[in-house]
Design a protein around this ligand. Structure first.
Ligand SMILES: [Zn+2]
Length: 268
C-alpha cells in the first residue's frame, strides 16, 4: 500500500494560527508520527511525505507528486480555525463523490477510528472542492484536527501525547481500511534470535506499571516482564520483541521519542 502523506501548509505558508501555535507545525508533527507508527508496526506500507521539514510546497506540486508516484491513498493533515468558539474534528472528501464511493467507505473507517481517540467533538463527515481532493487521482481524505484558535483544542494540540493519539487514530483507520498486516512480533526467522525493546527496569512493580500506562497513553503498547537478576526480582517494561533488528530499532526510536531516553534493545 502506497500512502502519500501530506502535512498541510509549510514554509512561507503557516496555515491557521492561534494561541501561539501555527498549523504547519502541528500538521508536520502529526504526519511524522503517523509515518513512524506505520513503518514501525506494519509491513507492506510505503509512505511518501509531501514535506518532512518546514518547507514550502504548492498544492499542485503535492498532487502531481502523488499522481506520478501512483499512490493508493492521499491523506492530508490539517487543523482548522474559525472564530475562536468553533471546535472539534471534521474530515473532507471531494464533493462529487457519493456516500457509497470507495473514497467514502475509506473515510468512514478513518473517521470512526480517529474519533475514538482524539478527545475532540465530532463535526461530522463533510465534502468540499479542495485542490488536493480534486486533483489527486487516487482516493483522498483531508482531516481537520481541531481548531487552533479555540483555547480548548489548542491546549490539546500543544501536548505531544495528544498528537501521538491523533496519529495513532489515523494509523488505526488506515490499517483497517487497507487491511494492513502488522509486523510479526514474537515470531522467529529460523535463528530464534529475538530483539526486545526495554523501556525501563524497576525494583517496584507499581513504578513499572506506571511506565506502562504512560506509554500506552502515547500509543505504544507494552507489557510487564519480571526476572531474577543476581537473586533480586526486577520488573521490566517490554515494548515489543522482534526477530528483525531494524524493526526493533524503529520501535526503540518511537519509545525514545515518547520521552524514555534510556530505553534499549536486548537480544535473547
Ligand atoms: Zn490547513
Amino acid at each position: 500500500m502506497k500512502l502519500y502523506l501530506d502535512p498541510g501548509h509549510g514554509g512561507s505558508d503557516p496555515g491557521a494560527q492561534g494561541n501561539g501555535l501555527s498549523e504547519k507545525n502541528i500538521t508536520l508533527d502529526i504526519a511524522q508520527r503517523i509515518r513512524s507508527i506505520l513503518i514501525g508496526d506494519y509491513r507492506s506500507v510505503d509512505v511518501r511525505m509531501s514535506r518532512t521539514s518546514d518547507s514550502s510546497k504548492s498544492l499542485q506540486q503535492r498532487t502531481n507528486e502523488a499522481n506520478a508516484w501512483g499512490a493508493d491513498y492521499f491523506l492530508s493533515i490539517h487543523c482548522n480555525a474559525f472564530n475562536g468558539n468553533a471546535r472539534g474534528y471534521e474530515d473532507f472528501i471531494h464533493n462529487t463523490l457519493s456516500d457509497s464511493s470507495q473514497t467514502a467507505r475509506y473515510r468512514n473507517v478513518l473517521h470512526t477510528e480517529i474519533m475514538k481517540v482524539n478527545q475532540l467533538s465530532n463535526r461530522g463527515k463533510k465534502k468540499a472542492n479542495f485542490h488536493v481532493l480534486r486533483e489527486s487521482n487516487m482516493s483522498a481524505l483531508l482531516t481537520e484536527n481541531g481548531f487552533i484558535d479555540n483555547q480548548r483544542d489548542a491546549a490539546l494540540m500543544r501536548t505531544a501525547s495528544w498528537r501521538q493519539r491523533v496519529a495513532q487514530g489515523h494509523v488505526n483507520g488506515l490499517a483497517k481500511a487497507f487491511n494492513l498486516k502488522r509486523k510479526e512480533e514474537d515470531n522467529d526467522n529460523g535463528s530464534g534470535q529475538l530483539y526486545k525493546v526495554i523501556a525501563g527496569s524497576f525494583k517496584s512493580k507499581a513504578n513499572a506499571e506506571q511506565r506502562i500506562e504512560a506509554l500506552n497513553k502515547k500509543g505504544i503498547s507494552c507489557y510487564l516482564d519480571s526476572l531474577m537478576i543476581s537473586g533480586e526480582l526486577w520488573f521490566r517494561v517490554q515494548a515489543g520483541a522482534f526477530s528483525n533488528r531494524t524493526n526493533a530499532e524503529s520501535q526503540l526510536t518511537r519509545v525514545r521519542n515518547a520521552g524514555i531516553r534510556d530505553a534499549y534493545i536486548i537480544s535473547d
